[in-house]
Ligand binder design. Structure first.
Ligand code: FES
Length: 81
């Protein structure tokens, strides 16, 4: 079964059970956060480094590597100084 999310307006499709990071990576994205001008994406993959944080359905600071993608999720890039 597939799940559909939107990332900064782009429609992406993943597999049920995939993390948001997994859906973003499979959609060709390697980075999805701006940290003081440096692009960040997945680093540790286990919820420790917080490099992968995104806003999901209006909630900031969600770890993309830990959050399972749900059909209809709206994911937005975060920019932090
Ligand atoms: S990649 Fe390190 S917390 Fe998600």
């Amino acid at each position: 079964m597939s799940v559909g999310i939107r990332f900064d307006g782009e429609a992406l499709t993943g597999r049920e059970g995939q993390t948001i990071a997994g859906v973003l990576l499979s959609g060709g994205h390697r980075t999805w956060r701006d940290a003081a001008g440096q692009e960040r994406g997945i680093f540790c993959g286990i919820g420790i480094c917080q490099d992968c944080i995104v806003t999901v359905n209006g909630v900031e600071g969600v770890r993309a590597c830990q959050r399972t993608a749900c059909d209809g999720d709206v994911v937005e890039r975060e920019t932090r100084a």
